[in-house]
Design a protein around this ligand. Structure first.
Ligand code: ATP
Length: 475
């Protein structure tokens, strides 16, 4: 019988894991503390060790080195409820076979233990080098846990990664994390926003050009691919790349070489490619604007960044993280009450993490008290853009409406085609907030004052994350 050691102090989780491992044909020896673990490991080894991190007598990761030293061939699978990228990376650093943030898929865990136990004894895990720590990518939602796991899976290889998600969800930060924590961290990280470069310059930007290759090419120019040699090339907004450049990019990826515009020499590519886009590429392919073959080339390891509204669990940790950063940068040190954090978590944040970050910095600057409660937060939120993409849409009190509109358009002009809806949302939120303030949160009177149906008002308040009770309490 093959024995697995399970170190888990939460009995309900231990029971479920034991049942799943027994169904795989293992005999499970279970203990609940590091002391018991060490006693059990003193004179024997196991086919695998499955361990929690936070145990009653210490941190399961910190002490793993002693276990590894004694049993170098024993695969270790780490389970953790501390769902930070830092924990994922710490777990990887130990050389653990696999890391599972809680909650995890029990069948996947059982499969992994079977693989781990079956793997050749003495074989080192693919993740066995110490890596840099503390990258500021935070999140505790299940969705971010999958992102962290995907990141740890691409650190020890050069597979092409395609990061997909709305603007402001953290795609560039993920690309940086892959670079900074991965094999190529000693090389450069070169980011190119392919949407920001004029179409006619994009090829020379990416691939470089020889002197005299075209009018204005007065000197040889080394392209981003060459600049990124030994490191990572981050191709942002890849969905907006002109067709011709797509064709050249595809050729470069297929051949593993680039040629400068006007040049003859084939230069070998030595760079990891991470691409990102906020566009849904499939309709772009259907419309003939994006090459399908390029899509398959890039989409080797896709990482999906969900919008913030679909991972509301992350909002308060992110807000606290940004408040801490704001304080480190010299802004007043602020704290959020749980109610204030709850209120933040209910906002739409259509501009995603970027909008939240901008708002939190503004909050650090403008709040009147160091401890920010829901009452003092609500009026600042009422000035928010109601989810306008960049989140700068608040109007200054006392400004003339025309000025306010001009200011709004200048600072937060959304993508054309959405201006009307965004403007209405930006206007509606402070308007409703003001009327609710006047009516002390009474929705019936507010609906009458506005001349709209009460149900419509209630529905819109929900969509705009305005809580009438906040206004009742303040009056
Ligand atoms: N999980 C996170 N933890 C901490 N900061 C984050 C996180 N996600 C995003 N940010 C911050 O939010 C801002 C926007 O993130 P980023 O620029 O990576 O988004 P993006 O998806 O690349 O946006 P775009 O598509 O507009 O380029 C950055 O300042 C980034 O540092």
């Amino acid at each position: 019988m093959t024995h697995v050691l399970l170190v888990e102090d939460d009995m309900s989780i231990a029971i479920v894991i034991t049942a799943a491992l027994e169904a795989e044909g293992f005999a499970v020896v279970h203990c609940q503390s590091l002391a018991e673990r060490d006693r059990l490991l003193a004179d024997r080894s196991f086919a695998a060790l499955v361990t929690d991190v936070m145990l009653p007598d210490g941190d399961g990761i910190e002490t793993i080195e002693t276990v590894r030293a004694r049993h170098p061939a024993m695969p270790i699978v780490i389970l953790s409820a501390q769902n930070t990228l830092d924990t994922a990376v710490r777990a990887s650093d130990t050389g653990a076979f696999e890391y599972f943030p809680k909650p995890f898929d029990i069948d996947e865990l059982a499969r992994t233990v079977r693989q781990a136990a079956g793997a050749a004894q003495g074989q080192r895990s693919p993740i066995d080098e110490p890596v840099a720590q503390g990258l500021p990518l935070v999140g505790r939602s299940a969705a971010m846990q999958s992102v962290f796991r995907m990141i740890t899976r691409v650190l020890r290889n050069d597979l092409t990664v395609l990061i997909l998600g709305e603007s402001g969800t953290g795609k560039e930060l993920v690309a940086e994390a892959i670079h900074q924590l991965g094999n190529r961290r000693t090389g450069p990280f070169i980011a190119v926003n392919t949407a920001a470069i004029p179409a006619e310059l994009i090829e020379s930007e990416l691939f470089g050009h020889e002197k005299g290759a075209f009018t204005g090419a007065v000197a040889r120019h080394v392209g981003k691919f060459e600049q990124a040699a030994g490191g990572t090339l981050f191709l942002d907004e890849i969905g907006d790349m002109p067709m011709q450049a797509q064709t050249r990019l595809l050729r470069a990826l297929q051949s593993g070489t680039v040629r400068r515009v006007g040049g003859r020499e084939e230069i070998r590519l030595d760079t990891r490619i991470v691409a990102a886009t906020n566009k849904d590429l499939e309709p772009e392919i259907a419309a003939g604007r994006f090459r399908e073959d390029l899509y398959y080339r890039l989409n080797v390891v896709p990482i999906h960044m969900p919008p913030l509204r679909d991972r509301r669990d992350d909002i308060d940790v992110l807000a606290r993280h940004f408040l801490q950063h704001a304080a480190n940068e010299g802004l007043p040190r602020r704290q959020l009450t749980p109610e204030a954090a709850g209120l933040l978590s209910r906002q739409p944040w259509r501009g995603n993490v970027r909008e939240l970050k901008n708002f939190v910095y503004r909050l650090a600057l403008l709040a009147r008290e160091d401890v920010i409660d829901a009452e003092s937060l609500a009026p600042l939120l009422a000035g928010e853009g109601g989810g306008v993409p960049e989140g700068e849409g608040g109007m200054q009190a006392g400004t003339d409406i025309a000025d306010a509109v001009a200011q709004w358009l200048a600072t937060t002009r959304p993508a054309s085609g959405t201006i009307y809806d965004s403007a209405m949302a930006a206007f509606e939120r402070p308007l409703f907030a003001e009327v609710l303030r006047e009516t002390a949160g009474n929705q019936l009177r507010a609906a009458q004052a506005l001349g709209i149906n009460r149900n419509t008002l209630r529905k819109r308040l929900g969509e705009l994350a305005l809580d009438p009770e906040e206004f009742a309490r303040r009056s």
